[in-house]
Design a binder for this molecule. Structure first.
Ligand SMILES: Nc1ncnc2c1ncn2[C@@H]1O[C@H](COP(=O)(O)OP(=O)(O)O)[C@@H](O)[C@H]1O
Ligand SMILES: CC(=O)OP(=O)(O)O
Ligand SMILES: [Mg+2]
Length: 398
């Protein structure tokens, strides 16, 4: 069997899959992967879950060290070992990767040659939780299977359709001209969900839509006619919503204060903004939404409340950018599974004509709005891996 290997390194996860090529249909991959799995909990206690081609389920811890980088490296090696052990007959003919930052250079999936990788290395400081792990995976595959062509699929690409005004910071022109502007992320997820939407919300999919991708990283995107018109994430994946360990938008004056009054340097601020804040920092308990929802501690509730409040505020802002709101869509690990989060956001957004049906919400149904709701509310599981497989096959003409 010929297959495309897909690797999607997120901030707390490494998702992987083998998508068979459809022999009869050039440039197409099968709708479902032959095998798939993920390492979850990177940064805490990583565990791999894996579904083999025969349907066997494997769940085991990843033996690893302490730092996030070490954990990502060991997770990748563990995944390669599992794939080699369980799929010796699969012929990997291409590899597709999620690359979080493509900067101004890359607005479409691109074949990954060493020169391209060197350009992408320059974006590591703009996505410290992702880009190094994305690129490490590409180089690891190049080392293990040097003959296999690789394609990078960029989180930023989907947002390049945004109007200039949505991409601009109010900075002096010379800095904007250098590319210091808003890019937006989670584009593969938005791309996938937007393509599913007509089946879920009908004609409304072409109107004003807001998709909330709520995972360990979290962002929201406003769409019109299925295209991105605005997003909560900007130059880096730290802007916008509160996340697992990231602050989201923060008064820049706070950073100046911390530098001047507390002597914090770039390294200390990077750690604070990316790793010590968000759900983890506010709760003091965990970055994991499951743990917080199960906790009775008031700090856990405060963290969840702030998370939902920020989403509701951004929803108003994105509806303004989209010129209305026909549908609100939840996706990502939290968006797909955390009914209490969806319920809270819906309650805060009741003024917009949003009304969620409690039973449908508890069931994680595709449509969770009531008949009286002015806005369609949907839950659409994302599938970045499928998007990557498809783009990889298309780009290489397989
Ligand atoms: N059943 C669940 N209930 C609540 N939250 C969940 C559930 N399953 C996963 N999550 C949350 O989803 C988040 C991870 O989302 P995911 O999209 O997989 O992460 P990443 O951004 O690393 O790709 C974690 O905060 C996790 O707690
Ligand atoms: C861009 C980003 O934050 O990705 P993730 O949600 O996978 O961490
Ligand atoms: Mg993710």
């Amino acid at each position: 069997m010929k297959a495309v290997l897909v690797l999607n390194a997120g901030s707390s996860s490494l998702k992987f899959a083998l998508y068979p090529l459809e022999a009869s249909n050039s440039g197409r991959v099968a709708a479902a992967p032959a095998v798939s799995g993920q390492v979850e909990g990177i940064g805490a206690r990583p565990e791999v879950s894996f579904k083999t081609a025969t349907g066997e389920r494997i769940q085991e811890p990843v033996v690893t060290g302490g730092s996030q980088a070490e954990q990502h490296r060991d997770a990748l090696e563990h995944v390669f070992a599992l794939l080699a052990r369980h799929n010796p007959t699969v012929d990997i003919v291409a590899a597709g990767h999620r690359i979080v930052h493509g900067g101004e250079h890359y607005s479409a999936p691109t074949r990954l040659e060493e020169s391209v990788l060197r350009t992408l290395d320059a974006f590591v400081p703009l996505a410290p939780l992702h880009q190094p792990h994305n690129l490490r995976a590409v180089r690891a595959v190049a080392g293990l299977m040097p003959q296999v062509p690789q394609v990078g699929c960029f989180d930023t690409a989907f947002h390049r359709t945004q109007p200039a005004v949505a991409q601009a910071f109010a900075l002096p022109r010379r800095l904007s001209a250098e590319g210091i502007k808003r890019y937006g992320f989670h584009g593969l997820s938005y791309d996938y969900v937007a393509r599913q939407l007509p089946e879920v919300v009908g004609e409304r999919a072409r109107g004003a839509v807001v998709i909330a991708h709520l995972g360990n990283g979290a962002s929201m995107c406003a769409l019109r006619d299925g295209r991105s018109v605005a997003s909560t994430m900007g130059f880096t994946a730290v802007e916008g919503l509160m996340m697992g360990t990231r602050t989201g938008s923060l008064d820049p004056g706070v950073m100046l204060y911390l530098m001047e009054q507390k002597g914090m340097d770039a390294k200390a601020l990077t750690s604070l903004l990316y790793k010590e804040s968000g759900l983890l920092g506010v709760s003091g308990i965990s970055q994991d939404m499951r743990t917080l929802l199960a906790s009775d501690a008031p700090e856990a509730k405060e963290a969840v409340d702030l998370f939902c409040y920020r989403i509701a505020r951004e929803l108003g802002s994105l509806a303004a950018a989209a010129g209305g709101l026909d549908a609100l869509v939840f996706t990502g690990g939290i968006g797909e599974h955390a009914a209490p989060v969806r319920e809270k956001v819906a309650a805060l957004a009741a003024w917009m004509g949003i009304e969620v049906d409690p039973a449908a919400n508890a069931d994680h149904a595709r449509r969770i709005d009531t008949a009286a709701s002015r806005v369609a509310v949907a839950v659409v599981p994302t599938n970045e891996e499928r998007m990557i497989a498809r783009y990889t096959a298309e780009t290489l003409g397989l």
